[in-house]
Design a protein around this ligand. Structure first.
Ligand code: ZN
Length: 404
């Protein structure tokens, strides 16, 4: 068979695989109508994929009318990924199978720890060995490693640059070090981009082709998925939504500009405003502790309907809502997912955010496409794996059917 024919066949195989991957299960008839292939062609491709072990029979679809038919799914045990998802609190080291299930995981606490880069790498590698042992899959089944780290990063060099509060990661060429130590391809992305990808493949995001993830935590970051892929921008530097200007005369941001969303509505911003207000209220029960307050104290005060905390959080939620409206007006993503501590600790702010966004967006809508993250940290872990899975599905058929 000539190369051209092989290429065509591989495109068809990929179409079938991607459909099953996206829909979790598929019948032959469903595949035929979705792809436009004949029933016989679908059957032949499924037989080939099943023979290779990439696809397997899942169950019988019971229909109220007509014949029951066989459902197929991706064989989750065909391949395994290693995920390294890092945030300022902890590093998640996990093994994820091709069905996006986390089969083993370790957490390395990072808060208040001072590790050298060498110690960090050794600890990462030890944890990788542990999770691989626990997962119990054969070494040759591992496809690659996906890493999500706080930005900024240099994607081309596979290097972490200078994430705040994580000095042990500064200028660490993480991709190349792990690639040579583990002997597997390694992909390095910014944390918010892998979270966005994880959310995209979660049920909430799955139906969509484009998704915007807004992370409102101590800082504010974002990730964008376009046509099912991470959209990292021309130099991999996109996703700095925390630094869009909301108020020209607002407080100075850590980036040096004034009135960035991050300076107006992040965890750091609301804590700063809370402390400043407490200074004016010496009788407030938190006044004596105003210098060492943490975000948890503010969250508790907000839950207690504290007269200082509530307006500060409501105002921050208003700014986040404006940010979301800006995103929708500029990009019109099918889904906006909100994550980070803001939504977790100040739960009722969600309503303010969506109301403000709906009022200010140009298109008609009820805000139903603005949702809260359902996965939490797992979005990062699954997103890291998904970076590798995506490559796998693009390249696997070419590898398996390169010549025949
Ligand atoms: Zn800024």
């Amino acid at each position: 068979m000539d190369d051209h024919q092989t290429q065509l066949k591989n495109i068809n195989r990929r179409t079938v695989l991607n459909y099953i991957r996206k829909h979790t299960h598929a019948t032959k008839a469903g595949l035929a109508s979705a792809t436009g292939f004949t029933f016989a062609a679908v059957k032949k491709i499924l037989d080939e994929l099943e023979n290779q072990g990439l696809v397997r029979f899942a169950c019988i679809e019971k229909k109220a009318v007509g014949r029951n038919s066989a459902m197929y799914e991706i064989n989750p045990d065909f391949g395994y990924m290693i995920s390294l998802y890092m945030n300022r609190k902890e590093i998640h080291v996990a093994v994820v199978n091709l069905g996006r299930k986390i089969v083993a995981r370790r957490r390395i606490p990072m808060e208040n720890r001072c590790l050298s880069q060498k110690e960090l790498i050794e600890q990462l590698l030890d944890s990788v060995q542990e999770v691989m042992k626990e997962a119990g899959a054969a070494r040759e089944k591992y496809v690659g490693v996906g890493i999500g780290v706080p930005g900024p990063i240099d994607m081309e060099q596979g290097m972490v640059l200078t994430p705040p509060n994580m000095p042990m990661l500064h200028y660490l060429p993480l991709r190349d070090i792990l690639q040579s130590r583990l002997g597997l391809p390694v992909y390095l992305h910014k944390d918010t981009n892998v979270i966005a990808l994880g959310e995209f493949w979660n049920e909430e995001g799955r139906g969509s082709e484009s998704l915007f993830y807004l992370d409102v935590d101590m800082g504010i970051g974002s990730g964008m998925i376009t046509n099912g892929k991470i959209n990292a921008g021309a130099e991999g530097k996109a996703g700095e939504f925390g630094h869009v200007t909301i108020d020209l005369n607002g407080p100075v941001c850590k980036c040096g500009n004034r009135g960035c969303l991050e300076a107006m509505a992040s965890g750091i911003a609301v804590l700063r405003d809370f402390k400043a207000e407490l200074e004016k209220h010496p009788n407030h029960p938190l006044y004596p502790r105003r210098e060492c307050l943490e975000i948890g104290d503010l969250a508790q005060a907000y839950r207690d309907k504290d007269m200082i905390a509530v307006p500060i959080i409501n105002r921050a939620a208003f700014y986040v809502g404006i940010g979301v409206a800006n995103v929708i007006n500029l990009l019109d993503p099918e889904k906006v997912v909100l994550g980070g501590l803001f939504l977790r600790d100040f739960e009722s702010s969600y309503e303010i955010i969506t109301n403000v966004a709906v009022q200010r967006m140009m298109k008609n809508g009820n805000g139903r496409n603005i949702v809260k993250s359902q996965l939490g940290a797992d979005a990062g872990v699954i997103g890291c794996a998904e970076v590798v899975i995506d490559r796998f599905f693009q390249e696997a058929v070419n590898g398996i059917w390169a010549k025949n």
